[in-house]
Design a protein around this ligand. Structure first.
Ligand SMILES: C[S@@+](CC[C@H](N)C(=O)[O-])C[C@H]1O[C@@H](n2cnc3c(N)ncnc32)[C@H](O)[C@@H]1O
Length: 295
């Protein structure tokens, strides 16, 4: 497992500088009147909330599907997450979307019955409009039977939950043996804090102000260990916005931005794993015994 290694050259930082420069330039040249209820960066101006306060999703309930707005990057990440999902093993196979928000994964889910769990009712209402079967529940106490889902997605939620250990255990429990889990989250590094909180919260396309509490960012090695304890070996890779796409997004805010894989796990990262069947677990136990014996 590579250690999270901050890099001086990651795209968010470059994009931050480019964008900040663009604003400064733009602000000297032309000063369009700001729309009511918008901040200087074109963001929705809502009530000030503490970090990671779920009420902000109610404040922004109208924004889930605005591709140019507060949740723009969630659209880009949903596409990257959906690309990792295997084809549904049978038509209507159940897929659980943990912390589904407004259901942004829906366009990228083909052939599955898309069930979404979230704590925020307004988000579930929006998700239902996108074809998601909504269930209000805490990710650490999922109201489903063991092995109920052929696939589980947990995108941009693990860094928000109160009980990360319980959430991972529940994700593994409700996933059927042989089923696939796909996650993306944010690494617990100073780099992530700088680029994804201090900078990106002020950038177009970045997360809403106070969306994240960096204290909750997730160490990749610890996460992989927790999934392994649930019978899922996660393969991890970093993700960055494609720099050219992001610059085009700054000009035309409706455009999507591709996320590109990078080896470093210092900022946003993505994981995929398959839950072992009993046979595999036996095999793993054999492997571990063999390793312990120095074979
Ligand atoms: C940043 S949004 C991501 C939404 C969606 N996964 C996406 O990528 O578009 C985080 C979501 O997680 C939800 N959430 C936070 N804590 C949760 C918990 N303990 N159980 C279920 N959902 C939770 C929030 O309400 C919010 O909708």
């Amino acid at each position: 497992m590579p250690r999270p290694a901050p890099s001086r050259h990651q795209a968010w930082a470059l994009l931050a500088a480019a964008s900040a420069a663009g604003w400064a330039w733009g602000s000297r040249r032309a000063r369009p009147r700001r729309a009511a209820g918008r901040t200087r960066a074109g963001r929705a101006a809502g009530p000030a909330r503490p970090r990671n306060d779920l009420r902000q999703y109610d404040d922004l309930a109208d924004h889930w599907w605005r591709r140019e707005g507060e949740f723009a990057a969630l659209h880009w990440l949903a596409r990257a997450r959906g690309a990792l999902l295997p084809p549904a093993p049978w038509p209507g196979a159940p897929l659980l979307d943990v912390g589904c928000g407004g259901g942004l994964l829906a366009p990228h889910v083909q052939g599955y019955r898309h069930v979404g769990v979230d704590l925020v009712t307004s988000a579930l209402t929006v998700a239902a409009g996108a074809g998601v079967d909504p269930v209000r529940a805490d990710s650490a106490r999922l109201p489903f039977a063991d092995g109920a889902f052929a696939a589980v997605a947990a995108g941009e939620v693990l860094e928000h939950v109160d009980d990360l250990e319980g959430t991972v255990a529940e994700v593994c429990r409700v996933l059927a043996p042989g089923g696939t889990v796909v996650i993306d989250t944010i690494a617990a590094t100073r780099f992530a804090r700088l680029t994804l909180v201090d900078l990106a919260e002020r950038l177009p396309g970045g997360p809403p102000r106070h969306c994240h509490d960096p204290q909750r960012f997730v160490d990749p090695a610890m996460l992989a260990e927790r999934f392994a304890a649930g019978g899922v070996r996660l393969a991890l890779r970093g993700l960055e916005p494609h720099a050219g796409d992001y610059l085009r997004f700054l000009v035309d805010r409706g455009r999507s931005v591709r996320m590109r894989p990078v080896p470093r796990l210092a900022g946003v990262y993505q994981g995929i794993g398959v839950k072992q069947s009993d046979g595999d677990q036996t095999a793993t136990a054999h492997e571990e015994r063999a390793r312990a014996a120095g074979v």
